[in-house]
Design a protein around this ligand. Structure first.
Ligand code: NAD
Length: 298
């Protein structure tokens, strides 16, 4: 089989998928068939030269390598297995690359079920922000067979600068869940630090961030999530919502339960996300967790 696909497919053109697909289309120079349940999300990609499809099945029938960027495991399973899904419509030898964040069990099942139909699957969730998706500088963690990874790698490099083959099927999904769990637990730690420091009245927010950032508590999360959102206390919608972080920590806890491992900090962090979503912040950037600690700030 040739490594170069003749037609690409992309299903799920939301906050991340639209930007990922645009880079794929522009840098691969390969015809790309696109679909999203929301027609408004298809329009900008078609304006950039993508070919619109009427359904998931049409993408699957036309593309030999297809990408998914969907909300989570439920939607990925529906697109793969439901009537009119990829499993029934794709041609043998096709490769499905899932960029969504899903449970490890969903990724492992997809590897097995697609293999029974001579289809290949890679779990390839992405880390970083929409800004990185636009710039093509995502981190992408991939699980699956080495030969499938080699086929996918040049395409993944149109979207990301840090592309890692992490291990067998499920390894990419696992590392993405671990990544987001560490990120959110760090956000909670920073939210507590900033709340305590503000209530002390002893230091400015800038001094807090400069001293922590320059010392042993410095981190990527402090420099990015901290400075962009916790410092100005701005937690916008339309980036990475608390509801998606709740989903991801939920997947982490599901896996921990399956493996018989206890994760007390992740359990507490997940319950804070429940509270955040129940208090009207589900669509806000997950850094809004600081509002649970400091209820007086508006
Ligand atoms: P999004 O909700 O903006 O986009 C999802 C898209 O999928 C929507 O356009 C929706 O209409 C479409 N969709 C849903 N079900 C569908 C179906 N059955 N068929 C076709 N289209 C369907 O989500 P997003 O922010 O782009 O995130 C996508 C994935 O990437 C998620 O798994 C998320 O956890 C992960 N992620 C997001 C970010 C971020 O900053 N937003 C960062 C890293 C990873």
């Amino acid at each position: 089989m040739s490594l170069a696909p003749s037609t690409l497919g992309f299903i799920g053109l939301g906050v991340m998928g639209a930007a990922e697909c645009l880079n794929l289309l522009r840098k691969s120079g390969t015809p790309t068939v696109v679909f999203d349940l929301n027609p408004d999300n298809i329009e900008p990609l078609v304006a950039a030269g993508a070919i619109p499809a009427e359904s998931v099945a049409e993408v699957a029938a036309r593309a030999d390598v297809m990408f998914l960027s969907l909300p989570g495991g439920t939607e990925v399973s529906a697109v793969l297995y439901d009537e009119g899904g990829i499993l029934g419509a794709a041609r043998p030898g096709s490769l499905v690359i899932d960029l969504s964040t899903t449970p490890v069990a969903v990724a492992k099942a997809a590897h097995d079920r697609l293999a029974q139909r001579q289809l290949s699957f890679l779990d390839a969730p992405v880390a970083r922000t929409r800004k990185a998706a636009v710039a093509g500088t995502l981190a992408i963690m991939v699980g699956g067979a080495e030969s499938d990874y080699r086929r996918a790698e040049p395409l993944l490099r149109t979207m990301g600068t840090d592309v890692t083959h992490c291990g067998p099927g499920g390894a990419g999904a696992l590392l993405k869940l671990v990544n987001n769990t560490v990120v959110f637990e760090t956000v909670v730690a920073l939210a507590e630090a900033v709340t305590l420091a503000r209530h002390s009245g002893l230091v400015t927010d800038e001094t807090l961030f400069d001293v922590l950032g320059g010392g042993s508590a410095g981190s990527f999360v402090l420099e990015n999530h901290g400075r962009s959102a916790l410092l100005p206390d701005q937690h916008p919608t339309g980036i990475f919502p608390a509801a998606y972080m709740r989903k991801d920590l939920g997947y982490t806890l599901e896996l921990a339960a399956e493996l018989g491992v206890e994760l007390p900090s992740a359990t507490l962090a997940h319950s804070m996300l429940d509270q955040l979503c129940d208090n009207g912040f589900a669509q806000n950037y997950h850094t809004a967790v600081v509002r649970l600690l400091d209820k007086d700030r508006k």
